[in-house]
Design a binder for this molecule. Sequence first.
Ligand SMILES: Cc1cc2nc3c(=O)[nH]c(=O)nc-3n(C[C@H](O)[C@H](O)[C@H](O)COP(=O)(O)OP(=O)(O)OC[C@H]3O[C@@H](n4cnc5c(N)ncnc54)[C@H](O)[C@@H]3O)c2cc1C
Ligand code: FES
Length: 272
Amino acid sequence: MTKYNQLKVVHVRHYKANYVSLTLSYDNQMEIPMPGQFFMLKPHNTLLGRPISVHNFFRILKKGYIEFLFKIVGKGTKNLSELKRGDYVSLWGPIGNSFPTFENKKTAILVAGGRGIAPLFFLATKLFEKRYEIHFFYGVKKSEELIHILRLRNMSNKLFISTEDGKRGKKGLITDLFKSAINTYTSSLKDNLLFHDQGNNAVCYVCGPDIMMEKVCEVSLSHKIKTYISLESHIACGSGVCLGCTVESTGGQLFHVCKEGPVFDAEEIYCK
Ligand SMILES: Cc1cc2nc3c(=O)[nH]c(=O)nc-3n(C[C@H](O)[C@H](O)[C@H](O)COP(=O)(O)OP(=O)(O)OC[C@H]3O[C@@H](n4cnc5c(N)ncnc54)[C@H](O)[C@@H]3O)c2cc1C
Ligand code: FES
């Protein structure tokens, strides 16, 4: 059940490109968060909370810790970035559904654009524990935005990086890199693990800007790869009441990102 709480800040790390990681001491009475779920974090001088995905959850000597990773884009995230060790943060969650995993699918393709790395990193840690073969695509505008490269490299069978400034990885968009990599995989169908079951063995998880997710899904769905996306929307109540976060499915059905999402089967959102 979603719980309102105040958690203590145990670590704050400022990355380049205005990214901040906030680690909080977790209340063991609260539900254990799953990859894809988010919390509403309330900056101290704002009325509304801000939705932030769970970036990691770990235990040290049975004590739980939760980590959030966010980019400073406005008043709320700026305010959250000023928190110091020992401060308390008001928050409620975990909210929403999570990325599904499958017993019969052991190859995962993760595609993160920019701050989409936040939930997909957490997902990668869980898939790694479940011994999935991980193919991680990670694209950013500027190379200094890249986060956790070493850890991603350790967890992934293959890590593909693209930067628009071309200083690291392949210069350009992650959508182009993804498209060419998938086409290469399919052309070497026989010896590639990814498609040993006619493409049905792989599952794809995508999080990033809308246009990037749409382009990735166009490719993955055309190869019949089961694909899940994590949608962003303006979240106010976070409990399915205000209707501020609705998105329309391909069938014309209205979904609340905060309740039925934020994770959706890509076919429900992008298939025409
Ligand atoms: C389910 C969910 C999970 C999210 N997880 C993360 C995360 O893990 N890390 C992270 O950095 N961000 C995440 N976001 C986005 C984050 O919530 C917004 O960046 C934040 O609310 C902005 O608040 P602000 O007060 O700093 O900016 P504001 O002053 O409110 O807005 C600054 C700018 O950001 C835009 N903006 C505000 N809210 C959103 C939003 N929800 N989506 C897209 N643009 C927005 C505004 O249009 C404006 O241009 C998530 C959003 C959702 C819906
Ligand atoms: S944010 Fe209010 S219904 Fe989803």
